[in-house]
Design a protein around this ligand. Structure first.
Ligand code: GLN
Length: 539
């Protein structure tokens, strides 16, 4: 079957949830057993987002194949339940890079290299080569940014050209503000967005309307008239109790049937069993039986998108345990220099210390880890959270004052965490960390890690430059720290655990592989532990 295309474009403003809409469309197509694949375009001129501060662009998502990609890939994987590859991420940087390198090789000899047709041809070639290689039934292309931006204008033009060669369905996600005073949903901004697309030669098949409350029939009628569309093509995207309900909501509106018709696919019945399981999981997410309180400690908490995968992993694990997880966001630098209100952890059922780079906030993290250990609050350390768990143990249990990570204090007396050997000669920053899926052997039969994964060899995604210093393994082990997971060559420590209570740190980022229907095992174990603590706080 020839690949068909869906292009998702946003108008008016960013942050409307284009990623979630794209993820929901992928989920719907999968419900119908169509092979659906996303492609994301980001207009920035960085090759990828790996060198960006999380405050710039949210979390950097890492795939198995070690690509550092936009956080929307996290949404796609969580909705689709499949691991994706880096070639699906197209950036302005990659596109310009390949056109310029072709020009240097003399591939355009004699020609003036231009945005149209050379760059747009390159885009179409990229897309078609993904289609030929991976053979999806439907490719869902999300265009980053909004219509009217300079950064994505040439990509939108390429999508118009793509539609001259292939079956392409255009979807325009827009925003309908409601004015408090009159309580009316205003359609004018959406009309302007629709017209901007018309100017680019693109007529949307659907307008998806982001609204705080239900899209009114009168609003639908008005927009339909202006856009020359039938009313059932104006789709309601009101706030959901959980974003995982959006595919089901879209199906209730009949969006699935129209979409499949527009794509020219033969109608078929959706897979009822898949839908039922998804629905059940949504039910447990929205109205679970119990609750737990989770403290999420980080150094970029002012932008919660920095921890999107951690937050979602908690939500997935909570649903599995039939509880609601109330997340308390804690900025670690608030717990430094004698400051910090530890009484706020009184009702905390588990603490997670997240990954990060640079020294700011790390002393606060160490203080919080000490508090967790001493008060037997279940603890999960992710990457940096594992490294600092080792440092805390060295300082406060093994009696190694001044212990630290070489990343934060290169002259520390006891460097518990040091630069990876493989990093020592690297100076370039882009894509040079230890990245992607790495195998890890769980060496201890009875350990938190083994109990969680129920396997002795596992694979998780990584993104780091520093590692546990094996020189300190004997002394820390003697003091009671357990090393429960290592790389197959036994050179790198991957998991450490406290001997008493529930405390585990991993050099990996298990949150990156957590899916709505398959929560990350360590998160599931942590929430399970938190649930029993919530039920018996004093034990
Ligand atoms: N900064 C640490 C390192 O590079 C931890 C990285 C992380 O948490 N992802 O090893």
């Amino acid at each position: 079957m020839q690949t068909k295309y869906i292009v998702v474009l946003g108008s008016l403003m960013s942050g409307l949830g284009k990623g979630v809409v794209t993820g929901s469309i992928l989920r719907i197509l999968d419900f119908y057993n169509y092979k659906a694949l996303p492609v994301k375009f980001d207009g920035y001129l960085n090759f990828d987002c790996g060198t960006m501060n999380p405050y710039q662009h949210g979390e950097v998502f890492v795939l198995d194949d070690s690509s550092e990609v936009d956080m929307d890939f996290g949404i796609y994987e969580r909705f689709l339940g499949k691991s994706l590859t880096g070639d699906l991420s197209i950036t302005g940087g990659k596109l310009f890079g390949s056109v310029i390198s072709k020009e240097r090789q003399g591939k355009y000899l004699g020609e003036t290299v231009q945005i149209i047709p050379h760059l747009t041809d390159q885009i179409i070639k990229n897309i078609e080569s993904i289609a030929t290689g991976k053979k999806p039934d439907v490719m869902v292309i999300e265009v980053g940014g909004t219509v009217g931006d300079i950064e994505n204008s040439y990509f939108i033009e390429a999508m118009r050209q793509l539609s001259l060669k292939h079956e392409v369905v255009f979807i325009n996600l827009t925003y309908l503000p409601t004015l408090d005073v009159v309580g009316e949903q205003k359609t004018k901004p959406a009309q302007i967005g629709f017209r901007l697309l018309l100017q680019d030669g693109i007529r949307s098949n659907f307008i998806i309307c982001r609204t705080a409350s239900k899209l009114l029939e009168s609003t639908k009628e008005k927009l339909a008239l202006f856009a020359n569309l039938s009313k059932d093509r104006i789709i309601d995207d009101q706030d959901q109790l959980t974003l995982y309900n959006l595919p089901l909501h879209f199906m209730d509106l009949g969006f699935d049937r129209l979409l499949i018709k527009d794509l020219g696919l033969k109608p078929r019945d959706p897979n009822a069993a898949k839908i039922r399981l998804w629905k059940e999981n949504v039910g447990r997410t929205v109205s679970p039986k119990g609750e737990v309180n989770i403290a999420l400690v980080g150094k970029y908490t002012h932008l919660r998108d920095s921890y999107a995968s951690v937050k979602e992993a908690i939500i997935h694990a909570a649903a599995k345990n039939d509880v609601r997880a109330n997340i308390d966001w804690i900025e670690s630098s608030d717990f430094e220099g004698g400051r910090g209100d530890y009484s706020s952890f009184k009702s905390t059922d588990a603490i997670i210390v997240t990954g990060g780079f640079g020294s700011r906030g790390t002393e606060g993290m160490i203080n919080i880890i000490e508090h967790a250990r001493k008060n037997r609050i279940p603890y999960l350390g992710l990457c940096l959270g594992m490294q600092l768990m080792a440092v805390e143990y060295a300082r406060n249990v093994a009696g190694l004052p001044g212990a630290n990570s070489a990343e934060f204090d290169s002259s520390a007396r006891h460097k518990i965490i040091v630069l990876l050997d493989s990093q020592k000669r690297i100076t370039a920053k882009g894509g040079t960390m230890r990245l992607g899926a790495q195998e890890c052997v769980l060496i201890e039969k009875s350990s938190i890690a083994r109990a969680a994964y129920k396997a002795n060899s596992i694979s998780e995604r990584h993104r780091h430059r520093y590692e546990f210093n094996n020189k300190y393994a004997p002394i820390l082990k003697k003091a009671g720290l357990r090393i429960t997971g290592v790389t197959r060559d036994r050179k790198l420590v991957e998991f450490i655990e406290w001997r008493t209570g529930f405390g585990i740190g991993t050099q990996s980022h298990p949150e990156l592989k957590s899916r709505f229907e398959a929560p990350a095992p360590l998160f599931a174990s942590l929430i399970h532990e938190a649930k029993s603590r919530h039920a018996h706080p004093s034990s």
